[in-house]
Design a protein around this ligand. Structure first.
Ligand SMILES: NC(=O)c1ccc[n+]([C@@H]2O[C@H](COP(=O)([O-])OP(=O)(O)OC[C@H]3O[C@@H](n4cnc5c(N)ncnc54)[C@H](OP(=O)(O)O)[C@@H]3O)[C@@H](O)[C@H]2O)c1
Length: 249
């Protein structure tokens, strides 16, 4: 039997990159998957691809009213939620002297506020024994120039995984975070201003990884699936680094 057969999952930011790979993997494992994102055309493409296995909800994770809409859609379906992957997020480069209040606020609203209030809003529909996986980054333990606000936002996510693991353990809910290294996604490519800068950025990032390559969204999906099933039943409050060794060796 597939590992998520009959289960219900939510993947925020599930229309591209890592989130899309996880939504596909969860659906292939038998789950009904709620997928969110801000662009309707991207949501329509996921609905066309995954058919009955998916319910798409247009929602910006940094808007509280949108998060209520997600929780209401899950409530309406009537089966609760078994696996939550809080993935929506991203960042932009800015050296400290160029960091504006707007840059800081947007980064923290998107990555930290969006995570806190997504989890808060779906708490009432989480089933006994459910799992939560938060999207952190291996940058949480590394110093990286011109990326300090993003790095701090991902370090906050790692901290929330510990605290919420403690807070929900009595409900049988496990909480972990995933720490990808550089993964080939539209979000990573989008950090560069033009194709030439993109090639240089991706080559430089790959060179900084002991395995000398970028990771794939599917490799992150494998790890998220592991943390979302009974395969990881004795793991909670942990962060799993999936980064070709970049933060470890
Ligand atoms: N790629 C990497 O190298 C890497 C490394 C470490 C950590 N991460 C983290 O992994 C997560 C996914 O990264 P990715 O590279 O796969 O990103 P991506 O390619 O940019 O895809 C992001 C997805 O999230 C959605 N999204 C973005 N902001 C949103 C918001 N405010 N509300 C709802 N949906 C939103 C996007 O759709 P819409 O634009 O339509 O909303 C899209 O579906 C992020 O949290 C990122 O920080 C990525």
């Amino acid at each position: 039997m597939s590992s998520l057969q009959g289960k219900t999952a939510l993947v925020t930011g599930g229309t591209a990159g890592i989130g899309l790979a996880v939504a596909r993997r969860f659906a292939a494992e038998g789950a009904h998957v709620f997928v969110t994102g801000r662009r309707q055309e991207a949501l329509d493409a996921v609905a066309a691809e995954l058919g009955d296995a998916v319910t798409t909800v247009r929602a910006d994770s940094s808007e509280l009213a949108d998060l209520d809409t997600i929780a209401a859609a899950i409530t309406d379906r009537g089966a609760g939620l078994d696996a939550l992957f809080v993935n929506a997020g991203g960042g932009e480069f800015a050296a400290l002297e160029d960091v504006t209040w707007e840059h800081f606020q947007q980064t923290f609203d998107r990555n930290v506020g969006g995570t806190v209030f997504t989890v808060q809003k779906v708490l009432p529909v989480l089933n006994q024994g459910s799992t939560i996986v938060l999207a952190s980054s291996n940058i949480d333990v590394k110093g990286s120039p011109s990326f300090s606000v993003y790095a701090a936002s991902k370090a906050a996510i790692r901290s929330f995984a510990r605290s919420w693991a403690a807070e929900f353990v009595g409900r049988g809910i496990r909480v972990n975070s995933i720490a990808p290294g550089p993964i080939a996604t539209p979000g990573l490519s989008g950090l560069a201003e033009d194709p030439e800068a993109e090639r240089a950025l991706l080559a430089g990032l790959a060179d900084g990884v002991p395995q000398k390559r970028l990771g794939t969204p599917e490799e992150i999906a494998d790890a998220v699936l592991f943390l979302s099933t009974d395969q990881s039943s004795y793991i909670t409050g942990s962060q799993l680094y999936v980064d070709g060794g970049a933060s470890q060796i």
